[in-house]
Design a protein around this ligand. Structure first.
Ligand code: FES
Length: 67
């Protein structure tokens, strides 16, 4: 049975999407990136300097431009 106390995907309000476990993320260019951490943060604002991963740049954005 699936453990609902620890979801695999969490959408953070105004911030990234957290992925728990081993995943492959395909970026806008079709390049595939494998997660390497127990929890990985995928950028949803598109402004990260380390796309597809979140580098916390979203925190510098005005609230209306955050995901
Ligand atoms: S969501 Fe964090 S830098 Fe884009």
């Amino acid at each position: 049975m699936k453990d609902f106390t620890h979801p695999d995907v969490v959408l953070c309000p105004g911030g990234p999407m957290l992925l728990r476990g081993d995943h492959v993320v395909e970026d806008d260019a079709g390049v595939r990136h494998r997660t390497v951490r127990p929890v990985s943060a995928v950028c949803r604002c598109g402004r990260s300097g380390t796309l597809p991963w979140c580098d916390s740049t979203h925190r510098l954005l005005p609230r209306e431009q955050r995901p």
